[in-house]
Design a protein around this ligand. Structure first.
Ligand code: UFG
Length: 329
């Protein structure tokens, strides 16, 4: 067996996967330019520091190592930023991604697992969202991820490339053993912001919108634990090893949780009366996103283990209490 290249392996989800894959006996090489990733999250795994959009760097890496598969996490991933600076998203996620696909083709690497997103669906035409829902992204971030999927599908028809697209819903939580966690700068995600408020690092958490067509008026999301996502990537690799064809799978827990319910759950987990304040809607936010992950369960044999929001928040809370300044400390 060759090595597994993990692009974005110093980032949030990529680091959890790289750690798990290495612990399961795989030979892992992390590719990260450390613009957003954290060297501390790499631990003692081998790191090739460079940009997935750089063909010379990729030729060096693929030429010097026998690579069996690429797990492609590296991307910009903030919806709001993508609305303000779409070119940045297309440049990195699409143009950079294309360089990676071309390098894989040049070096005969066939297996690819790609971090896609529920944002490819946009405002869903039916709930829960299955892989057959219409794909109409409503922000450039989602559009850039859909573009990559399309490019990879097209290349799979003209070459030996076999991509699997894992469309994550809301990744959350941290390594239950406390080694890895979530540290974005700036932080925009709900759960870390709620927990930073509980720690006293923020005065209040903002509730973006209270007039959505949901039960309590706040947005509903499907939170999925980062370790469950990491396991799904190993399942996707097994599927490709067994000769599996290109395909896409939703990755969620199948349960909706509103912003207000997340805040309530965090109050229970932390024992802190977290301050929450109403704020206007954030542009680019769909009202409700809930996954049907039946296809991943049936075909990949994947089962998420963290099945309630409090357990997910608890792992994030443990990491944050130990690392209030994230990896910077
Ligand atoms: N929210 C708040 N206050 C905050 C931060 C977030 O109310 O301070 C709300 C958002 O409006 C949203 C929910 O909490 O309704 C979750 O927001 P996050 O920013 O944590 O996550 P998103 O749902 O925006 O983003 C996630 C992934 C993206 C993916 C997107 C699909 O991080 O990669 O889902 O819409 F594209």
């Amino acid at each position: 067996m060759g090595k597994i290249v993990v692009t974005g392996g110093a980032g949030y989800i990529g680091s959890h996967f790289a750690d798990l894959a290495a612990r399961k006996g795989n030979e892992v090489v992390i590719v990260d330019d450390l613009r957003l990733g954290h060297i501390q999250a790499v631990g003692d795994l081998p790191l090739a520091k460079g940009d997935v959009g750089d063909p010379e760097f990729l030729d060096g890496l693929f030429g010097a190592n026998k690579i069996d598969a690429v797990i492609h996490f590296a991307a910009y991933s903030q919806v709001a930023e993508s609305m303000q600076n779409p070119a940045k998203y297309y440049q990195n996620n699409v143009c950079g991604g294309l360089e990676l696909l071309k390098a894989m083709d040049r070096h005969g690497v066939e297996k690819l697992v790609f971090s896609s997103t529920c944002a490819v669906y946009g405002e869903p035409d039916a709930l829960p969202i299955t892989e057959n829902n219409a794909m109409n992204p409503i922000n450039p971030y989602g559009a850039s991820k859909l573009c990559f999927e399309r490019m990879a599908m097209d290349l799979s028809r003209s070459s030996n490339l076999r991509p699997v697209f894992l469309r994550y819903f809301n990744a959350a939580g941290a390594d239950p053993e406390g080694k890895l966690g979530e540290d974005h700068n700036p932080e925009t995600h709900l759960i870390p912001l709620v927990l930073r408020t509980a720690l006293g690092l923020r005065e209040a958490v903002m509730i973006f919108g209270d007039d959505y067509p949901t039960e309590d008026g706040s947005c509903v999301r499907d939170y999925i634990h980062v370790t469950d996502l990491a396991h799904a990537h190993l399942k996707a690799l097994e599927y490709l090893d067994a000769g599996g064809a290109p395909d896409a799978f939703n990755m969620g827990g199948g349960q909706g949780c509103s912003v207000l319910q997340v805040v309530e759950a965090a109050r229970r987990v932390t024992g802190v009366a977290i301050n929450a304040r109403k704020a206007p809607r954030r542009s680019g936010d769909p009202s409700t996103l809930i996954s049907s992950s039946k296809k991943a369960m049936d075909i990949l044999g994947w089962r998420p283990e963290f099945d309630n929001i409090e357990r997910i928040i608890e792992t994030a809370w443990n990491w944050m209490k130990a690392n209030p300044e994230g990896y910077r400390a």
